[in-house]
Every structure is written in C-alpha cells, then in structure tokens.
Design a protein around this ligand. Structure first.
Ligand SMILES: Cc1cc2nc3c(=O)[nH]c(=O)nc-3n(C[C@H](O)[C@H](O)[C@H](O)COP(=O)(O)OP(=O)(O)OC[C@H]3O[C@@H](n4cnc5c(N)ncnc54)[C@H](O)[C@@H]3O)c2cc1C
Length: 456
C-alpha cells in the first residue's frame, strides 16, 4: 500500500493544477492517468478542434480572397498537413503537461486505470494507493444513442475524428449541437459535402430561436445541408456508403454519405470507476453528485470537471480546481453558484454567450429590457466583410444589471467578455453604456446597443 496525502484521478483541466497547488503546500500527491495527459480538451476537444478550425478558416478566406481584391488562383487543402499541424499543437500542450507533472516535487505519476477499492483506497493495476483526500477529474466521452443499425455501421466520434488525414467525400453528422456544428463547418471548408441531422426541431435547441436560426443561416450559406426534426433515425450501409433514414417533415426521407460522425452529447466516465465501493452517489445519468464546494457526500472525496455535471467546459473544470483549492488551502469560500454561465460556439463567425437566454428571461416573469443589433450595423464587421449574425443583450428592468447576452458575429467569443465582466461586477448596464470603447471595434457598438434597450 502506497500512502499519500492526496490522490487525483485524471489529468483533465482541474487535476494537474490542483496537484501543483497541493504539492506546493507540502502534501504528498499521487496523480493517475489512464490515457493521454491533458484529457479531452488537449487531445480530442478544444485545442485540436480550434487548431483545425484555424486551417478551415484559412481555406475559407483564401476562397473569398477575390471579395477583398486579392487574387488566389486555386485553393487546395492538404489534409495530412492540417492533421500534422493539429497534432503538433496538441502535443505541445500534452507533452508540456506530462513533463511538468513528471518533474513536480512531492508528486508521483501513475499510468493506468484507477478504480476505488474503498472510500480511501484506489487501485491502479497492481498498486494500491491510500489517501484521506481523493479528487476525481475523470471527464466524459461521446455518448452513443440507441439508433437502430448504428452497431452495424462504421461511425466516428470526436475522438476518432482526430485521426482523419483524408477528405471524407460526404460527412453525415448526427447531432446539431455545438460539437456537430463545429465539425460541420470545418469539414465543409476543407471540401467535404456535409449534412447535419438533428432530431430536435432546431439546431442548439437550448439557445434562443433567433440564435439557432442565425447559426443555421451561417451554415446554409456555405451549402451545409441542415435537416432538423428528424424522427425514427436508423442507419445502414448502402454499398460503400452509409444511409441514414430520416423521417423528417422535409423530403427526401434519407441521407446518404461516405462517413458518419455521431455527436449527440457526452456521458461521464464514471461507470468504470468503482464508485459503489466508495459509496459515492451519482445521478441517473452517471454524474457525480457534489455540493457547492464540489464535495461529494463521502468525506474526503471531491469531483471536478465534466464528471460532476456542473459544467461541460474547460473553463468550468479549471474553475472547479480554483474553488476546491481556495476552500481547502486558502480559507476562501468560493462556490460553484458564484459562476455565471458563459461559453462560445466556434463557428465562423462565432457565438459568444453569457448568462440567461431571452426565453429564460421571459419565463422568469420579471421586468426585462432587451436590445439587439445586426452585425450589418457594426462598422468593424462591414470593414472585415463579415456581417453575418447579431448582438443581443438582456437587462433586469429593476436592478439594471445585465442578465445575459448573445454575440453571434465576428469577434463574438472575445466581445462577450466586456459584458461578462460587468455581470461579475454586479454593476448596472449604465457603466458600459457610458464607457468609451475603441474605434473601430465590435465592442464599440455595445454602449450604443445599450442606449437602445426596450422592455421585452
Ligand atoms: C470536440 C470537443 C470540443 C470542445 N471544445 C471546447 C471548447 O472550445 N471550449 C471549452 O471550454 N470546452 C470544450 N470542450 C469541452 C472540454 O474539452 C471539457 O469540458 C474539458 O476537457 C474538461 O474536462 P475535464 O477536466 O472534466 O476532464 P477531461 O479533460 O475529460 O480529462 C479526464 C481525464 O481523466 C482520465 N481518466 C478517466 N477515467 C480514468 C480512470 N478511471 N483512471 C485514470 N484516468 C482516468 C482520462 O483519460 C482523461 O485524461 C470540447 C469538447 C469536445 C469533445
């Protein structure tokens, strides 16, 4: 038996930084990783997809060169080189992390699959590790829906997509959520024909209808086929191709493509962790139940990142680390409920989102103000030739605090922070309304938009 002060399972976006803080405070720490250091974001999520999206953007801009008065004879995407670039960028992060943990004083790294033996013991292969503090940062993986025929056809997930170094002739994507949409635009720009099949009546159905519609228009403008409201999905092979039966309100009743990507959500990696031996409760979907400080109901066991169901992003996982470290080491009572929902969809142009949607604001019954501005009325967007989308902000009619915003347009992933920070400051919107922003930027029109607030 190897005794430690703390054991961390998984090297996602919370575990490694937590290891650094705990070891730095004098604790003996063990970190366990079963596969690739850095987890989803580094190897099969944010970093590789955003690197590939950068290649896709370059191809798109080259094809649009004439719009800017630039002559480009022809555009060819070398898929092997885009993959090599993606692999290089991922490896920078993965290798740096592995070396950092490997060289960390008071930290021992174990490679292998961890399983609880009891509330204070974890097994990795033949080794048994014991600790009074165990931190679970095991992340999530693609969830595969029970679509008839799916077990008989070859399909891709976000992980296996990372190995693709050729151009799929026609990529079928089941799932019109954030992951499916990012891959759709990326592969269309690489040169594939792309069809998205979504069972819900619209894309990204947790977003407001105008946001879903705006994203759909951006995709359709690039000849991506979007099929929503697909019921009774079934898949089968057709020669060398894959056929999806789509009982959609629109015709035809099927889509045939060369490759199939399943992007229908994520499930936590908690089913093979032996949590029952530690008595750690999970909800019906397998997410570990935690309190506002990310403690499970078993003393000495915490869950951080995607596996606790309290966030599904790199920044929320990293913030989980900050919350746990602050409470444990700094006597600083940080809590998950202090966090404001914020994320981006990395289409081009991107969607930056913060706080509540218009639909949620309406349902709250509170007096709410709203303002909206199309990107065609944003000088910087016009100058850049990127006028798709709009900006929208929602304000509490009584407190004057900003409740939420959606920036679907060029720079939206960055611009959203000018509103997010004011939301964290709990300051009234008038602070931004009176701020003098730099010209010409997209952010410069945020104060102008706020001058146009009207009751919802
Ligand atoms: C395609 C895609 C794109 C994304 N893009 C973005 C984005 O742009 N922005 C954003 O904020 N988020 C994005 N995400 C989400 C983001 O990747 C995750 O929210 C983030 O990685 C947080 O993960 P985590 O810390 O919970 O754990 P993970 O990063 O999933 O890491 C968990 C680690 O635990 C290890 N592990 C699991 N079980 C065990 C075990 N039993 N024993 C030992 N080790 C184990 C795994 O091997 C893994 O390394 C994306 C996700 C995907 C799939």
């Amino acid at each position: 038996m190897n005794r430690y002060d703390a054991v961390i399972i998984g090297t996602g976006q919370a575990g490694p930084s937590l290891a650094g803080r705990l070891a730095g405070s004098g604790m003996e720490v063990a970190v366990i990783e079963r596969k690739l250091f850095g987890g989803t974001c580094v190897n099969t999520g944010c970093i590789p997809t955003k690197t590939l999206i950068a290649s896709a953007h370059a191809a798109h801009l080259a094809r649009r060169a004439a719009d800017f008065g630039v002559v480009v004879e022809s555009v060819t995407v070398d898929m092997k080189r885009t993959k090599a670039r993606k692999d290089y960028v991922s490896a920078l992060s993965r290798d740096g992390l592995e070396a950092w943990l490997g060289n960390m004083k008071k930290c021992t790294v174990y490679r292998g699959h961890a399983r609880f033996e009891s509330a204070h013991e974890v097994r990795v292969g033949t080794e048994l590790l014991a600790a009074d503090r165990i931190f679970i940062n095991v992340g999530a993986r693609a969830s595969i829906p029970p679509v008839p025929g799916l077990d008989k056809v070859p399909y891709l997930t976000n992980s296996s997509m990372m190995e693709i170094d050729f151009l799929p002739r026609h990529l079928l994507i089941v799932g019109g959520g954030y992951i499916g949409i990012e891959f759709a635009q990326m592969y269309r720009r690489f040169g594939s024909k792309v069809t998205i099949v979504e069972m819900a009546p619209r894309l990204m159905q947790r977003e407001d209808e105008d946001v879903s519609q705006g994203v759909r228009e951006i995709l359709e403008a690039e000849d991506i086929e979007v099929r929503v409201g697909a019921q009774c999905l079934a898949v089968e092979t057709q020669g060398n191709d894959i056929k999806i039966n789509v009982d959609c309100p629109d015709n035809p009743a099927e889509s045939v493509g060369s490759h199939l990507l399943v992007a229908t959500g994520r499930r936590p990696n908690t089913d093979d962790l032996g949590l029952e031996k530690a008595g750690v409760p999970m909800d019906k979907r397998g997410f570990i139940t935690v309190d506002d400080e990310l403690r499970t109901s078993i003393p000495g066991i915490w869950a951080l990142g995607d596996c606790n169901g309290r966030g599904a992003f790199t920044h929320t996982s990293y913030n989980d680390y900050e919350i746990v470290a602050a409470n444990l080491l700094d006597g600083d009572k940080r809590r998950v409920s202090d966090r404001i929902l914020a994320y981006a969809l990395y289409t081009d142009p991107p969607l930056g989102r913060a706080g509540v949607t218009e639909t949620e604001a309406r349902a709250s019954g509170r007096p709410v103000l709203i303002a909206k501005r199309p990107m065609t009325q944003v000088g910087r967007a016009v100058e850049k030739g990127e006028t798709q989308g709009f900006m929208k902000v929602i304000v509490d009619g009584e407190t004057k605090q900003i409740l939420g915003a959606a920036i679907l347009g060029t720079g939206g992933d960055e611009v959203i922070h000018s509103l997010l920070d004011v939301m964290y400051a709990k300051a009234p919107y008038t602070v931004v309304e009176r701020a003098v922003h730099i010209h010409p930027t997209v952010s410069e029109l945020i104060p102008t938009m706020l001058e146009e607030l009207k009751p919802l």
